[in-house]
Structure formats: C-alpha cells, structure tokens
Write a protein that binds this ligand. Structure first.
Ligand code: GLN
Length: 447
C-alpha cells in the first residue's frame, strides 16, 4: 500500500471510527530498507519531534516534543513513512478505547462495539486496511486484546527487545512496545526492524537484532502446543470454544502435539489485582512529571502547588485520577510493604509458575479474549467471575514475565473477530512466529 492510498483511507474512516489524533501528510521516505515507502501509524504515546504527541491526555493536548523516540528513527531507517498518530486510552490506561481525551474509538467491524485498548486507534487503522503496520504499547494486554477485537495480528516481543526511549511511560516494569500487522509474516518483519540494543534505554537486551523473517516457516511437526487449560475453562462462549477446538485439531493435522497445561486457580485469579497494584503505583510515580510547570497544559495558580493541583484536576480524566489515588495509596510509607511489595512478590510466584509451564511446551495457546468485542453501551461485567479475572485478563502474565506473546485472528464469533493468543519463552520470538504462522494457515483453511 502506498502513502496516498493510506492517507485517503485514514481520512475516510476517521469520521466513523475516530482512530487518529493526527493524520500526517508530509512525511517522506528517507532511506531504503525492509519498509521502503511503507506507511506506518504510531500510537500517540510515541514521541515525535515537531509533531503533536498527546498520550491520549488533555494534559498533553498541546505538547509538541523536541525529539523522537528511538523506534521512530528505526522505522525511518528501514524506509517507512509515518502517516498517523493514533488514539489511545489516556496515557495507556484502559482496555476499551473509551478513555481518550479526544473521544471514543469505534470498532470498524461494528461501530456499536469497542475496539479494545489502550492501543485502540492503531488496532483500528490496521483492521480498516488503512495501513499494514501500526505501533502500539502493551503494559497489560493493550496490543493483544484490541488485536483480538478487531481481527488483526498483535505482537508484544520480549521485554527489552525493543527500545522504549521516547515512549510516554505507563508502568516501567511492565511496559513493552508492541505493534499490529495484517499478517504474521509482517509481524516477523516488524520485529526485525524494531529490535536491538539502545544505549538510550538501559533495559534493552544486550543481543543482536532478531532475524526472524529469514527463518520463518509454519512447520510445526513435533512442536508441542501447551493448551492453557484454566483459560479455556474460564471461557463461557460456546462459539469461541468450538473455534478454538477446530484450530487445535487443524494444528494436530499439521503434526503438532497438544498438551494440557494448568496453573493454580487462586494464583491466576490474583493476577489482575496484582497487576493493578503494580501498574497504578508505577504510573503514579511515572506521571508525577505532568505538573503543568514544564510542558503540556497549564492552569493559573497562586503558587507551584496550586498550579499543579489545578492542572492535574483539569488535565486528567476520571479513570486515571482514580488510578493515581490507588497508586498513591499503595506507595504510602505505611502501605508500601503490604501492597506494592506484596504485589511484587505475588508477581514473582506467578512468573516462576509460568516459566515451569512454558518449559513443558514450545508455546502456550488459548483464546485471546473470551468472545468478540463487547458493545460500547450496556456491556456488563462480573468483575469477580473467572471469565473476567482469567479469560479476559490472563495476558498480563506476559507483562509480568516479559515473555513474547502474539494474538492471531481466529474464526469469527457472532460474525465478528476474535483472536487466539500464543506465548513463548523469553527471547524465543522465532518459535512464537512459527507457531503463529501455523495458526494463521489453519484459520485460513477452516474459513
Ligand atoms: N487494560 C489494562 C490497563 O488498563 C492494560 C493497559 C495496557 O496494556 N496499556 O491497565
């Protein structure tokens, strides 16, 4: 797809989906490479020099950064052309696409439904075929969940694989750069483009960039797919289960081996609350620089404290204000040990269990979400059900563990998209893309 077609399509879908914060018409190719002349969209928490970068927050609604994220340079060096900054739930917090300062993002397959979040706009522009590549970020599942709801491939590589320099942070121990593509082959290519050690991000892995595309094939003969049994058991939707089983049977026909693998249920039910404590505490610390003093929106006040209070009250939406209250509570001296530190310990126990599970197979597989995208209005969730705590939110485990994880479109549910997720061992993107490619070809055969 060329830039002109991409921009026309972005404009066309904007009125119905509200996927973009900014459409960029004047970027040109500067290098030759894997992405020569290919349009790429960026989530609007990716810092772009001279181009509005809002992070989905009113507080940054006037912020024009003086520098660009490392991944922007990598995309440009590979020949890519930046065509849009896409909408997100405020500062990456949220999973619905309804919590951005600039309005709700809608699912292009059914405008009455959620696109998922927080990387809502990036998921939508790929689903609507306005671009083949869009960058997102994934702290809990923010690439892999919207990918499932809009029917595209959503990839979150290993923690440290891709530099986060110049990405507005959410929760640093959980934040990953991820991305959306139209298919698995493009996902492998994008991993090669974005990977690599970055002196500006000390959490990047000290290894060479990946070369996954060159070795990519879907030969899964003898490969062991670990069925994440607890997740499957927590899904109630018959069609999701039937589709999952059909794909698994097709994998067996390709020579794959299926193995049922489980985790302690109490531990699994603890994952989401543990995630929220860690994420909210880290977010509170990370966003303490959004004061209205140095950059972004500002409000008049009598002194610095008054300016900060007024700016943050006006600048942040209700959902994230609530999260900052929870985060501040968890970080208070008297609560830190029993909330934040305790959550970190639970995280460690989960990661140890998960590592054992991954050692029993080549990759774990499960439905990415329990059904198709929920309606924007009237969706009610029983927050203590296994469907919510496990089936809808187990993908946070890959953020706890830094493991590479990918969502691939499966067969439709109620005529709408729904994905399958695969997670592999840390640094083993090569296996992840291989297993994902096999799932992709099984789904094609079954359609
Ligand atoms: N929905 C989760 C949250 O609200 C995940 C967000 C993300 O991965 N950025 O925190």
């Amino acid at each position: 797809m060329d830039k002109t077609t991409s921009i026309l399509k972005l404009k066309e879908i904007q009125a119905s989906t509200n996927a973009c914060v900014t459409i960029i018409e004047n970027d040109e190719k500067t290098h030759e490479g894997l992405l020569s002349n290919i349009p790429v969209a960026l989530k609007d928490n990716v810092i772009t020099k001279g181009i509005l970068t809002t992070g989905g927050s009113k507080l940054l609604s006037n912020y024009i950064p003086p520098y660009s994220a490392t991944i922007v340079h990598k995309i440009k060096q590979a020949g890519g052309v930046i065509v849009a900054k896409t909408s997100l739930d405020e500062l990456g917090m949220g999973g619905t696409g309804t919590a951005s300062f600039n309005g709700i993002v809608r699912n292009p397959h059914d405008l009455t439904r959620q696109a998922g979040g927080s990387s809502s706009g990036s998921a939508v522009v790929v689903a609507a075929k306005a671009v083949d590549y869009a960058i997102g970020s994934d702290t809990g599942d923010s690439v892999r969940k919207p990918a499932s709801f809009v029917g595209v491939v959503g990839t979150k590589p290993t923690y440290g694989r891709i530099s986060r320099y110049g990405i507005i942070p959410y929760a640093s121990s959980l934040d990953h750069v991820g991305y959306f593509t139209s298919n698995v082959t493009q996902a492998a290519l994008m991993c090669d483009v974005l990977s690599g050690v970055d002196p500006l991000d000390q959490t990047t892995l000290p290894v060479c960039p990946t070369n996954t595309l060159e070795t990519l094939n879907d030969n899964v003969s003898g490969k062991v797919f670990g069925i994440f049994e607890d997740v499957v058991n927590a899904v109630n939707d018959e069609e999701t289960l039937k589709n999952f089983e059909a794909v698994c049977n097709a994998l067996v026909k390709k020579g794959a081996i299926l193995k049922s693998i489980s985790m302690d249920e109490d531990l699994l039910r603890a994952c989401l609350p543990t995630y929220y404590i860690i994420a909210n505490c880290e977010a509170t610390a990370n966003h303490s620089n959004l004061t209205g003093v140095n950059f972004g929106l500002t409000q008049d006040g009598e002194d610095v404290e008054d300016i900060m209070t007024k700016t943050r009250t006006v600048g942040f939406g209700p959902l994230i204000r609530k999260r900052f209250v929870i985060g501040s509570y968890g970080l208070k001296d008297e609560n830190q040990e029993k909330l934040f530190r305790q959550a970190q310990k639970v995280r460690r126990v989960v990661v140890d269990e998960f590592t054992k599970m991954l050692n029993e197979c080549d990759g774990l597989i499960a439905p990415a979400t329990s059904s198709c995208a929920p309606l924007l209005e009237g969706a009610n969730t029983n927050v203590l059900s296994n469907t919510h705590l496990i089936a809808e939110n187990y993908m946070v485990i890959s953020n706890f563990s830094g493991t590479p994880s990918i969502t691939i479109p499966s067969l439709p549910v109620k005529g709408l998209p729904n994905g399958i997720n695969i997670t592999c061992k840390v640094e083993d993107e090569a296996t992840m893309f291989k297993l994902a490619l096999a799932v992709e070809s099984c789904v094609k055969e079954l359609l």
